[in-house]
Design a protein around this ligand. Structure first.
Ligand code: FES
Ligand code: FE2
Length: 395
């Protein structure tokens, strides 16, 4: 079923290649430059986007076995993902019910239970408080309602989505709008986690614009991978999520090839974004590797943090691992020294007062759509409006 969907999508692209006419957005689109640094705007984005929509918090392959956990901070919220003995992944705020200590350090690990480093209260994998140190001295408390505070999380197609706000429902079907059927083709659940590196960058939207933009590839990246790409793009979307595909030799190769011979590797090429903060790209390093960039806002409007996660669709041997590490360093360089280098300088120009607006061309539909969704989410300031927006989209 899912291969059928992605073949259908690619068939459409092949037809476009044959016709030689790339679709373009209806018009150019302008946004105020203040969107990239205004503190009130940024606060609203935190409250109405990052603290409300499902975020990609991790991957199945990071926490494959019972007791495996991942602790991290997202938009200021410390949280834990942990797989229970029932194989279910759960999310909790990383905060002790006694006096608020973070019960585990950030990072990945495996445990039978969580013991708070402050006064050793202990929680099991389902978040229940199971022991209070010297409880005879502590006094009467009802431990049954003193577990860790749960967060809604859901695992699908090898990805762990979650809300960072207690009590907020994910509405994942509505949010994904069928996109998961396409993402199923990546086989992320069967991959091997081979590495992660973290980069600092500009405002999260300055950074994210770059992932949706192939217009800059042969220019900004002329000294690295750019020459292998043209500056054109094909955009597809499911709800707020978009796939960007270059209409280049990679796609042309398929024109004369029967559909059954279209390789899975080729079908999942390009950039797959998951709103508001993920980009999935892939490359070859002795086999198919995914680079999943997980972009989070920093502590202020001018900063962001990106985790580049690397998942291999095969078990790499020593030599392949060396190749992967080399490629990781290359991709760190490209993003840090080319994309975010440029982005950090944009972060300065937007505040000069020299220009009131940025303009996105008809060939930059991906960025247009990203900003229109961002605005629509800020306008949908209650639960019903949010669900309606998920269901009806912005078109
Ligand atoms: S804060 Fe955790 S046991 Fe006291
Ligand atoms: Fe780039």
């Amino acid at each position: 079923m899912s291969r059928e969907k992605i073949v259908e999508l690619t068939r459409g692209h092949v037809e476009i290649m044959k016709s030689g006419e790339l679709p373009l957005a209806d018009d150019v689109f302008r946004i105020p430059v203040t969107n990239y640094f205004d503190p009130d705007r940024w606060e609203s984005e935190m409250d109405l986007i990052f603290k409300r929509v499902p975020l990609v918090l991790g991957f199945t392959v990071e926490v494959p076995k019972a007791g495996d956990y991942k602790a991290m901070e997202v938009a200021g919220v410390p949280l834990i993902l942990v797989r229970g003995r029932d194989d279910v992944i759960r999310g909790f705020v990383n905060m002790c019910s006694h006096r608020g200590a973070q019960i585990v350090d950030n990072g990945n690990g495996s445990t039978r239970s969580f013991s708070c480093p402050y006064h050793a209260w202990t929680y099991n994998l389902t978040g229940d408080l199971v022991a209070i140190l010297d409880d005879q001295d502590f006094g009467e408390v009802d431990t049954s309602c003193m577990g860790l505070t749960p967060l809604n999380v859901e695992e699908r197609v090898g990805i762990i989505w979650g809300s960072i706000t207690p009590g907020v429902e994910l509405h994942l079907d509505e949010f994904l709008a069928g996109y998961d059927e396409l993402l199923e083709n990546h086989g992320l659940g069967d991959c091997v986690f081979v590495g992660r590196q973290t980069l600092e960058g500009p405002n999260w939207k300055v950074a994210y614009d770059g992932y949706l933009d192939f217009y800059h590839l042969p220019i900004l990246h002329k000294d690295t991978f750019g020459p292998d790409y043209n500056n054109k793009s094909l955009f597809d979307h499911w709800g707020p999520h978009q796939r960007v595909q270059g209409p280049d030799h990679r796609l042309l190769d398929l024109v004369n090839l029967p559909e059954e011979d279209w390789s899975q590797t080729r079908l999942v090429s390009g950039v797959w974004t998951i709103f508001p903060h993920i980009s999935i790209a892939s490359f070859d390093a002795g086999g198919h590797i995914f680079m999943i960039s997980q972009l989070f806002p920093g502590s202020d409007p001018d900063t962001s943090v990106t985790h580049q996660n690397f998942l291999a669709s095969f078990e790499p041997d020593e030599e392949q691992m060396l190749q992967i590490e080399k490629q990781m360093e290359f991709l760190r360089y490209v993003v840090a020294e080319e994309d975010y280098f440029t982005g950090n300088r944009i972060q300065k120009t937007v505040k000069t007062g020299a220009k009131s607006h940025f303009i996105f061309g008809r060939n930059e539909e991906g960025c247009q759509r990203f900003h229109r969704w961002t605005d629509a989410l800020l306008a949908a300031d209650n639960d019903n409006a949010l669900l309606e927006l998920y269901k009806n989209g912005i078109d």
